[in-house]
Design a binder for this molecule. Structure first.
Ligand code: HH2
Length: 381
């Protein structure tokens, strides 16, 4: 089962289609639980608990606010004996609780991340070819100086990357990635005062970076490229960010094809989470990211941003990286270096839609915008 948010006619129609309902209703709004078609008594029971249930050939849709769905699931679970129905109701309760609850904490091995506001992960690319800042910080001294500036501007973490992952970029051997990143990770871990993340898909690079002081491994392949990375994170006690992508940067844009974008990204992130847990990484150490621009078209990125809150049902902090990406250029007509305004707008939307962290190039400006979001979100009189 999975929760979906029906915000528009398109969402409502898609949810009806997903359950195989012949009479499509474009006017459903609010939250809905997508249920399997069996057991039928689950649909009946929810209906009797006061929740509207629509049925189709492939499943059911239970409609209501998150608290209505949660309460109905709780009262019904006590009354039902069927084991499968009870398991589905328990899952519905857990998922609704995750979406409605406070943003979960992301546990790092040594640092304690601030609570009560959206956090900023600063991007530091030590590469000659990154799409927006390639070559600017390729020399270790320039990278270290920039990292210290990002920390002074208010970064909560600094994500150091030695391999560009922009569409079509060429892979970099591990020894070259290490040569680029290790001196920077080591110095910033010692001097910046904020936790360091290593942006890599290779367990060899992750291990050395963690030994040099990194606390987070940010894997844009979600443990698909090097499954040993989970074991390294577990053994070295590092936190893990698992990003959704398909294939390699060379061919990922040919894989940007989805029958149900939110459902497939959700399921594939859940798989990545399962791989991490099986590898021994504690759940509190894991964050998830839908991977804007990775096997996604511009339209996919926009839909993921609009319905981002759905991914919080997995119970882990959601990280989002939209900064300077090309879909923003498509909207403004501006080159990467001039996408600050669009990047701030995207970070604001992400924060309002449940992101716990945003990954950005422009730390000071983003912090300033997020201070407004956080103040509005917690306002009272
Ligand atoms: N995006 C990029 C790289 N790493 N990691 C996470 N978790 N989420 C992202 O969205 C993400 C990421 C690509 O952006 P950038 O690092 O600016 O460029 P490049 O890959 O060209 O170095």
């Amino acid at each position: 089962m999975r929760l979906v948010e029906l915000q528009t006619e398109w969402d409502s129609t898609a949810a009806c289609t997903a359950i195989g309902r012949s009479a499509v209703d474009p006017n459903l709004r609010g939250w809905a639980a997508l249920l399997p078609s069996e057991p039928r008594l689950l649909h009946e029971g929810l209906r009797q608990s006061g929740v509207a249930v629509l049925r189709g050939e492939r499943g059911g849709l239970a409609l209501g606010s998150l608290s209505q769905l949660w309460s109905a699931a709780r009262s019904l679970a006590d009354a039902l004996e069927d084991g499968r129905a009870r398991a589905l109701l328990a899952e519905l309760q857990t998922r609704a609780g995750h979406v409605e609850g406070a943003r979960p904490r992301w546990r790092l091995p040594r640092s304690r991340l601030p609570e009560g506001r959206v956090l900023v992960m600063a991007i530091l690319n030590v590469t000659p070819d990154s799409f927006s800042d390639g070559g600017k910080y390729a020399a270790p001294d320039a990278a270290i100086e920039h990292g210290l500036r990002l920390a002074a501007e208010g970064a909560d973490l600094i994500d150091v990357g030695g391999e560009s992952t922009r569409p079509g970029s060429q892979p970099v051997p591990a020894d070259e990635e290490l040569r680029r990143t290790l001196p920077v990770v080591r110095e910033l871990a010692r001097r910046s005062g904020v936790p360091i993340s290593i942006d890599t898909t290779k367990s060899e690079v992750a291990r050395a970076a963690v030994d040099a002081g990194a606390e987070v491994v940010n894997d844009v392949s979600g443990l698909q490229r090097d499954p040993a990375l989970a074991g390294i994170a577990a053994r070295e006690d590092a936190a893990l960010c698992l990003m959704h992508s398909r294939g390699t940067p060379q061919e990922m844009q040919q894989r940007a094809s989805y029958a149900d974008l939110l459902g497939e990204v959700h399921d594939e992130l859940q798989e990545a989470l399962r791989r991490a847990l099986e590898g021994g990484v504690p759940v509190e150490a894991i964050a998830l990211d839908p991977g804007l621009g990775f096997a996604k078209t511009a339209e996919h990125n926009l839909l993921l941003l609009r319905r981002l809150r759905e991914l919080t049902q997995l119970g882990r902090p959601v990280l989002l990286g939209a900064s300077r990406k090309s879909f923003l250029g498509g909207l403004s007509g501006k080159p990467a270096a001039e996408r600050l305004t669009g990047s701030i707008a995207a970070a604001t939307v992400a924060a309002l839609h449940g992101a716990a962290l945003v990954r950005v190039h422009d730390v000071a400006a983003t912090r300033e915008a997020l201070a407004v979001v956080d103040a509005v979100s917690s306002s009272s009189s």
